[in-house]
Design a protein around this ligand. Sequence first.
Ligand SMILES: Cc1cc2nc3c(=O)[nH]c(=O)nc-3n(C[C@H](O)[C@H](O)[C@H](O)COP(=O)(O)OP(=O)(O)OC[C@H]3O[C@@H](n4cnc5c(N)ncnc54)[C@H](O)[C@@H]3O)c2cc1C
Ligand code: HEM
Length: 370
Amino acid sequence: MGDLGRLLKESWSLVEEHQDKVAGYFYARLFLSHPDLRELFPVHMDVQRSRLLGAIVTAVQTLEDPEKFDEYLRSLGRDHRKFHVEPEHYEVVGGALIEAMREYAGEQWSVEYDQAWADAYAVIASKMIQGAEADSNPPYWYAEVVAHERRAKDIAVFTVQPMQPLEFRAGQYVSVECPRIQPRLWRTYSVANAPRRDNTLEFHVRSIGAGWVSSALVRRLEVGDMIRLAAPMGTMNLDRRSTRDTVFVAGGTGLAPIKSLLEELTRYNRTRWVHLFFGARNREDLYDLAELNRLAARYPWLSVVTACSDDPTFPGEQGNISEVVARYGPWSEHDFFVSGSGPMVKDTLKTLAELQVPSIRIKYDSFTDF
Ligand SMILES: Cc1cc2nc3c(=O)[nH]c(=O)nc-3n(C[C@H](O)[C@H](O)[C@H](O)COP(=O)(O)OP(=O)(O)OC[C@H]3O[C@@H](n4cnc5c(N)ncnc54)[C@H](O)[C@@H]3O)c2cc1C
Ligand code: HEM
């Protein structure tokens, strides 16, 4: 670890225990000195759920080498246009963050720590600002909900029609906000289709018990609602030049980006065998089975294996999808795409490592970091 990395970690450990207080102080400081910034943030600010502070701390600490994360930071900057963030806001936010840490670190805080945070933050902020400035897209697109279908107790599939075309690549995700129900709360959702001529986008959403946006999208969104979408992000795309057979592994609504990639393959694939493993807790949550079976019947190169981890009478495979993948194979020559919750992705990556699949052939999107 470089000197800068050591200083950042050392200084954060001084305040880590008081994260909630640091966050409270940070926002109070920010909104007192710049009341106009309050309206960029969600109406109900819950410090424990503070996304911004946690995100900056993670970024500053893990992006020790910002050059390596150049594209990510640029796209994060582009994405911040949806919050109405302006270049001059960066300095104010960085200042409030360092002050909040200084306040709670007590006497052990030093000028060196101040400098380390200021330096790391400045590099990250400048890349985000450059990304935002180079973006010729609108900060967000309005899109009308044209279909909404509950497929399970907690799962909905809905389609939107953007007012202006929104270009994306199969496998990407976009941030979604529903101003009528949860204004200023944005969450990322994968587009579940490949780009279409009519520009419509389909989403598969599972509501999380305590979740604010997902439950609104599943239970309260209606046809005719206008939602907002921000610029597409993500690199889980197909390599058209690859001639390898492909394995898709999806858990729950992790099927969304996999469906998008699959739809792209239906447009040109003739030569690659494609295996789709789709897992959920119970059969009700295998919410798109009818469509997957239809695709498998139509395209001879596609095979679909389904599994339930918590439904003993389910006639398909039993167990976590990562275990099920290991029952088939061999897989060491395949391209892999994995998508689902944090634990599902983590387990699958572990299994693939044990099966000697080189990590360079695996692309994945994890819906949560735990
Ligand atoms: C790249 C990417 C693509 C995504 N694509 C999709 C998609 O296509 N479909 C989809 O349904 N979701 C997708 N997600 C997840 C989505 O962005 C939200 O995280 C999810 O819908 C929860 O948001 P919320 O506002 O309802 O919950 P929040 O209000 O953000 O969270 C509420 C509480 O639930 C916890 N929590 C959040 N997620 C989970 C979880 N999965 N399991 C258990 N606890 C959780 C949080 O820690 C918090 O305590 C994707 C996430 C990422 C990063
Ligand atoms: C180094 C600088 C920054 C980094 C790394 C960063 C990173 C992030 C990330 C990863 C998120 C969560 C992603 C999301 O919800 O889409 C987020 C949310 C947010 N950021 Fe930033 N950000 C930075 C600077 C700023 C600045 C200067 C502002 C302007 C005030 C800002 C305003 C916001 C807002 C309003 C949210 C949503 C908060 C919420 O939903 O609770 N960010 N930031």
